[in-house]
Design a protein around this ligand. Structure first.
Ligand code: GMT
Length: 385
């Protein structure tokens, strides 16, 4: 594909959508495209120097009148200036709220100045399944999805949910999340494993933003059940509103000695390298990027069967899936996977499955999508002139 100038708008935090956007930008830059990140702070994984990567901070001033500073307006204004000054060929916004509507506004402003820029929106999950369909956002989400020049969803299930819950009048392409297998791979960390599991306990890991949707109480319950049967340790990575509930539950179940809450970590792959099992009992999960990261490090997954998880985690192969909240089934499955005769096979399958989501397979899908959108816009402009 011809090299282009792309603006990427995302949340710069540890959340999955920000991670996907940042890793995509980095990979595009390595392919020779120029990538301009437009966010309110430096994305946490933008830890990489490349002549094709640029970062534009959205500054938004507060004012005593504003109880809620209008971030969306500052973002739209920044998009206008970056598109103009950097001559962007395309804007790719990750997470519909408020990025897709801000992009729509930027596009309209640019049009009055004779500049046409196509907008691609990637739907990540909660922008549709939780927040987006709430009546306080729904009309704007529907409108801005329909007005985007290209729309992608990270799983078949998310695509289906979007059509079910919104009046969508356009095509949505599924482009799954991806993994960089160079970065996410099992590393030799024997000393680390020995330090956490001195008696050769099995090591269970959970990573999330500890929101309600992640059902961290199920993680604790499954672990409590497991540790009655075999010596085990649990590492909880991440932070968020439900962390203290999970900690209290660990104290009440008298398992705190076997559990460590590590908070937010940059190098998750180092912990995953010593893990035996990953737990993801989420109420909803459009894709489950954290589970893919675990699988890439040869860690099988016990998950719920919600959302897009069945598109990633294969029943009886890379792990098991249970109904949301069925901690007994999850425990039974976890014990099966952790059996020393079964674990090696699950590890191999997990890695093989992760290979199917390698960035080298998924990046061309985004490039083809961009190409198509740019082509359609160019054809439309020629017809109009
Ligand atoms: O999981 C979260 O709450 C974070 C959220 C986000 O947007 O940062 O994650 C969503 O996007 C990820 C990347 O596409 C997906 O892997 C997650 O499954 C999805 N989360 C949910 O659907 C709950």
């Amino acid at each position: 594909m011809k090299k282009i100038n792309i603006g990427i708008v995302c949340y710069p935090t540890f959340g999955g959508s920000g991670v996907v956007a940042t890793e995509l930008g980095k990979a595009l830059a390595q392919e020779g495209h120029k990538v301009h990140f437009i966010t309110y702070s430096q994305p946490s994984r933008l830890d990489f120097l490349n002549e094709n990567l640029f970062y534009h901070e959205v500054e938004f001033r507060s004012y005593p009148l504003f109880e809620y500073p209008p971030y969306e307006l500052a973002l739209a204004s920044k998009m206008v200036s970056v598109v103009k000054n950097e001559q962007l060929d395309l804007l790719h916004v990750h997470y519909a709220i408020p990025h897709a509507s801000a992009a729509y506004m930027a596009k309209q402003i640019l049009r009055t100045q004779g500049i046409e820029v196509p907008v691609v929106t990637t739907l990540h999950g909660t922008d549709i399944t939780l927040v987006g369909k709430d009546a306080s956002y729904e009309p704007v989400v529907t409108f801005s999805i329909n007005q985007s020049d290209g729309v992608t969803a990270v799983s078949e299930d998310l695509r289906k949910e979007t059509y079910e819950h919104f009046k969508i009048t356009r095509e949505i392409d599924v482009i799954p999340n991806f993994i960089d297998l160079e970065k996410f791979k099992k590393q030799k960390k024997d000393h680390f494993k020995k330090a956490i599991c001195p008696k050769d306990e099995v090591l269970i890991v959970h990573t999330s933003n500890f929101r309600k949707v992640k059902r961290v109480q199920d993680v604790v319950q499954v672990f409590a059940n497991l540790s009655k049967v075999m010596p085990a340790k649990l590492l909880m990575i991440g932070d968020g509103p439900e962390r203290s509930t999970a900690e209290t539950m660990c104290r009440e179940l008298h398992i705190m000695e076997s559990v460590r809450f590590l908070g937010k970590l940059e190098a998750v792959e180092e912990v995953l390298s010593v893990a035996d099992l990953f737990l993801m009992p989420s109420e909803k999960e459009s894709f489950g990027l954290a589970a893919l990261e675990a699988m890439a490090c040869e860690v099988p997954v016990i998950s719920s069967n919600s959302g897009g998880l069945p598109e990633l985690n294969l029943q009886g192969k890379t792990g098991f899936l249970s109904n949301v909240g069925d901690v007994e089934d999850m425990t039974k499955n976890a014990l099966f996977v952790l059996d020393k005769d079964n674990l090696p096979g699950f590890r191999v399958n997990a890695l093989n499955r992760a290979k199917q989501f390698d960035i080298s397979r998924v990046l061309p899908l985004y490039e083809q999508h961009y190409e198509r959108v740019i082509q359609i816009m160019a054809t439309r402009s020629v017809r109009q002139n």
